[in-house]
Design a protein around this ligand. Sequence first.
Ligand code: ATP
Length: 513
Amino acid sequence: MAQEDVFKKIVSHCKEYGFVFPSSDIYDGLGAVYDYGQNGVELKNNIKQYWWQSMVLLHENIVGIDSAIFMHPTVWKASGHVDAFNDPLIDNRDSKKRYRADVLIEDQIAKYEEKIDKEVAKARKRFGDKFDEEQFRSTNPRVLENQQKRDALHQRYSDAMNAMDLAELKQIILDEEIACPISGTRNWTDVRQFNLMFKTEVGSTADGASTIYLRPETAQGIFVNYLNVQKTGRMKVPFGIAQIGKAFRNEIVARQFIFRMREFEQMEMQFFVKPGTELEWFKSWKETRLKWHKALGFGDDSYRYHDHEKLAHYANAATDIEFKMPFGFKEVEGIHSRTNFDLSQHAKFSGRKIEYFDPETNESYTPFVIETSIGVDRMFLSVMCKSYEEEKLENGETRVVLKLPAALAPVKLAILPLVKKDGLPEKAHEIMQQLKFHFNCKYEEKDSIGKRYRRQDAIGTPFCITVDHDTLKDNCVTLRDRDTMEQTRVPIDSLLSLIEEKVSLISLLKKLQ
Ligand code: ATP
């Protein structure tokens, strides 16, 4: 099946099984805004727990905060967002559709890369074991030609972005003959800058009102609390502050479901270090964060680093962790070495001294910062994409199963009485009563057992138990494993120990040590 079709199926699965709904669905939705349903909220909370605990529980020197979405407007002046949080946009005059000029060009670069990958894959098939990829890439004329086109375009694009040369961005789009996917024409407007922050007003009267912004990132809430936390928590550098919260960006193009939203959630951690040690810490956080992703068991080839060539003016190193989505490798997390830019800017704009006094050297300095910043929703999407499977069964049927990592699954155990009578529902409820304090259990009695198993497979429930007539005599139930579909007879008393270890977050967190 084409990857595009797989993605469409995942999007409709998310709606059909209560994971993600369009916002204001009965009013036909609101662009790039989504609601999480009964299963989605559980999965999302589990992802957040996994991140939070990996930061705050596993690191003695990291603490959390929860800062407000509204902040003093000067924060965004100091951070540079008022002046520079822009995307270059371009409109197609025929379709009236708006695009990000940088994204159009990046997609074009990706097209050259895809052509090269296709050639390599074809050759690999042809030559089998004897295939020498390195030699092929350095000698095949078609690969070399596409590589040369890709590199030249990439260089031109980087130069234009570094200089924010909007006319040159447009010229690249024209020279590369990039057409609007809707109208198919190349009738483009000029490229313009567009600020991504949402504005609103505070104040009880219209005249007294003052403009404030919905935060476009959670990080600034951490920087402005640096002194509060460092002093009250008696924190010693190096230390980190973690936060999970909503962020808002007026994204020009709403695309790819929850990949790019106007209201989304971030999990950010700012790690304050001694100047001069930041690149070591950057390296170490790069590794720590990739390990966190890989511990979910989706396979190492699902991830890659993308080191930034174009650095933000305040950064001295930056990388993305990209995940192989059905629409290509895409950024899920950014790791940035932000120097002392943010703290220094806030010191300047607030007039406060924002420093750290090092008791060992008797020196004061402005700490440097390593940031790890991951979008909850993108993480959610990557988990969904990798877990969704359509499996052909021996009897010729197809089952849709979400092979979610057990610790993230919304429901851990479904408790199913074989029939709705003969005391089986009562027995099933009795079991539920014992286990519901330990993990999320769901009781279901409607429809045949087969149908109920399929429903649980579709929401990723790792285990089901069936309570049958024998249960009343031998106190045993049938335990079914989601992935293998194997069924075993086990005593009710052993359920807790059998299941808890496999579904608890603790087992996942232990992999990080
Ligand atoms: P992009 O280049 O895709 O716009 P970004 O580099 O601007 O992303 P950051 O500012 O580094 O993103 O934000 C950190 C993380 O927040 C991203 O890695 C991503 O997971 C998430 N994120 C950013 N923008 C959005 C959005 N519009 N919708 C959902 N998640 C987002």
